[in-house]
Design a protein around this ligand. Structure first.
Ligand SMILES: Nc1ncnc2c1ncn2[C@@H]1O[C@H](COP(=O)(O)OP(=O)(O)OP(=O)(O)O)[C@@H](O)[C@H]1O
Ligand SMILES: Nc1nc2c(c(=O)[nH]1)N=C(CO)CN2
Length: 163
């Protein structure tokens, strides 16, 4: 059994449609999916707001590399193109954690190196797993507490968008 936490993001086109495409593509292994959050962009600030969500998935036969391939397949289905680091995209699927796996392979860094700094990941993740931990870094709730208030204020629940 391998359990993964995947983060979803979209800020181009039919943003909610692209998140749904990902959630539907994960359906077989889906354990939990967070609400949808509208978030102010980080990294490249001059781009549209994102919709973000987090999923927990598990599968007996899927190892960490296979979760990356699954994430990349979903991005391809959303016709994602890679133009600019941290720039606008139809769909971004990041592998946040897979069990307790730690990897320094640049093709698949685990846990995802942005996890501790991103309220856009930690807030939706904690909604569906309040006891979440990041391998090597500890409690996700404590990581969120350590972030600036402005980062947390940039993440707004979109209760009108339901799966
Ligand atoms: N945990 C991971 N999840 C997804 N991709 C990863 C991970 N670790 C490394 N990568 C690699 O990162 C590369 C670039 O990913 P991508 O274009 O989605 O980056 P980004 O979304 O712009 O930035 P970030 O990864 O900081 O969110 C991919 O080719 C992928 O192999
Ligand atoms: N709010 C927000 N900003 C971002 C996001 C994202 O998912 N949410 N993803 C990025 C590229 O990975 C760059 N900036």
């Amino acid at each position: 059994m391998s359990r993964a936490v995947l983060s979803l993001g979209s800020n181009l086109g039919d943003r909610f449609g692209y998140l749904k495409l990902a959630v539907e593509g994960l359906a077989d292994g889906l354990v939990a999916v967070s609400s949808v959050y509208q978030t102010k962009p980080w990294g490249v600030l001059d781009q549209p707001d994102f919709l973000n969500a987090v999923c927990i998935v598990d599968d007996e036969d899927t190892d960490h590399v296979a979760w990356l391939r699954m994430a990349q397949r979903l991005e391809r289905e959303a016709e994602r193109t890679r133009e600019q680091r941290w720039g606008p995209r139809t769909l971004d699927v990041d592998v946040v954690t897979v069990d307790d796996v730690r990897s320094t392979d640049p093709e698949l860094l685990l846990p995802h190196p942005g996890t501790a700094d991103r309220a856009t990941v930690l807030i939706p993740w904690l909604e569906i797993d309040p006891g979440a931990t990041v391998p090597g870094l500890g409690s996700a709730a404590e990581l969120l507490t350590a972030l600036p208030e402005a980062d947390k204020a940039a993440v707004t629940l979109r209760a009108d968008l339901t799966w």
